[in-house]
Design a protein around this ligand. Sequence first.
Ligand code: MG
Length: 247
Amino acid sequence: MISIKSEQELQLMRQAGKAAAAARDAAGKACLPGVTTAEIDQIVRKVLAEYGAKPSFLGYNGFPAAVCVSVNEEVIHGIPGKRRLVEGDIVKIDVGAEIGGYHGDTAATFAVGKVSPDALRLIEVTKQSFYEGIKQARAGQRLSDISHAIGAYAEANGYAVVKDFTGHGVGAKLHEAPSIPNYGPPGRGVRLLPGMTLAIEPMINMGTHQVFILADGWTVITADRSLSAHYEHTVLITSGEPELLTE
Ligand code: MG
């Protein structure tokens, strides 16, 4: 069952989305050589507090931080800690914010100093795959039209789509129905309706699509240690253009 949000609920989601976006961007600016990932967590906590938002991820299934910081071959769910970023790293920042019981969820990939042209291309293609996906995020389209557009674009650019993790509905819960894979044939799944709020989040690898979880129980890395990029917004389906609540 996919929930349709009321205007009141959407007002809260817009506020939560704004907070999450501000924290994401502040974290991205802090992705500099010598900065620890724990320092990035502190920045995210501070910005969310300034917006009157709670970090959605903190304590979620026991996650110990306010932000997921995943470096290079780490795909998602990296735990902030003592690691110091170095020039050439690519860093995935994933932030959830909650205001008044409603969540916004967003992620982006940031370059630390000068990174390789290959890494930059991966970051750009991953971001563009999201924008290809949301061309299909319109009332009347089927859910997998989004999935197909993302996957087809990433694969046409020579990359692999992570299949073990997906996008998701978001709202009163951080993760709601439906699951939104980033691959597969078009024309399947529910028809999109105005008022649906979806966290659409391509996770794209330079090498194999296969991933596994480290012994910390959280960090997902590529099986071949190739670079991975991530890009996510909370998207509202409307009767016209989709609205990005975390822009
Ligand atoms: Mg998400």
